[in-house]
Design a protein. Structure first.
Length: 164
């Protein structure tokens, strides 16, 4: 179940660890905020640099739908990364979320507080997710390696692109 393009077993272990660590991060975020219909509005109500972009999303008509999307987005991304299924499809959404979170609490040039100057963990997570895409992390002890061998996937270009 391992990808031959990853040379050593140490490389495979590191990729597996990063995939599981990022998967747990998203999975826990989805579980932790599950049922809390105020967390997205609370998070977005303190924006500074991009306040005009994020403030409308705290509108009571929009916030519940956005909260639903964030909760289930975290949950699905986490499940995808933990199982190694459709990593290539879920990781770009995770990168997008990380970049949006990065800008949400930006007080240019600082991120959240004076200790983070332009760079914080959201950017590091986004880079890790890019590495997971490039290294085909779903094929390293994940379900993408198994699913890619199914005939239905091999005969469907769209499915092949998701698990390739």
């Amino acid at each position: 179940m391992s990808d031959p393009s990853v040379e050593s077993s140490f490389d495979r272990f590191v990729i597996l660890f990063l995939r599981l660590a990022m998967g747990w991060t998203f999975l826990y975020a989805g579980i932790h905020h599950f049922g809390d219909d105020k967390f997205v509005a609370g998070f977005l109500s303190h924006t500074k640099t991009f306040h005009d972009v994020y403030a409308p999303l705290t509108n009571p008509a929009i916030a519940p739908a956005l909260t639903f999307l964030v909760e289930y987005g975290h949950l699905l991304i986490g499940l995808s990364l933990v199982t190694g299924l459709a990593v290539r499809a879920s990781a770009p959404f995770a990168i997008m979320m990380m970049l949006l979170y990065w800008t949400a609490h930006m007080n240019f040039p600082y991120i959240e507080d004076a200790n983070n100057y332009l760079l914080d963990f959201h950017i590091v997570y986004a880079v890790i997710l890019v590495v997971l895409i490039v290294k085909r992390a779903g094929h390293v002890w994940g379900l993408d390696g198994l699913v890619s061998n199914l005939p239905v996937v091999q005969h469907n270009a769209g499915l092949r692109a998701i698990v390739a």
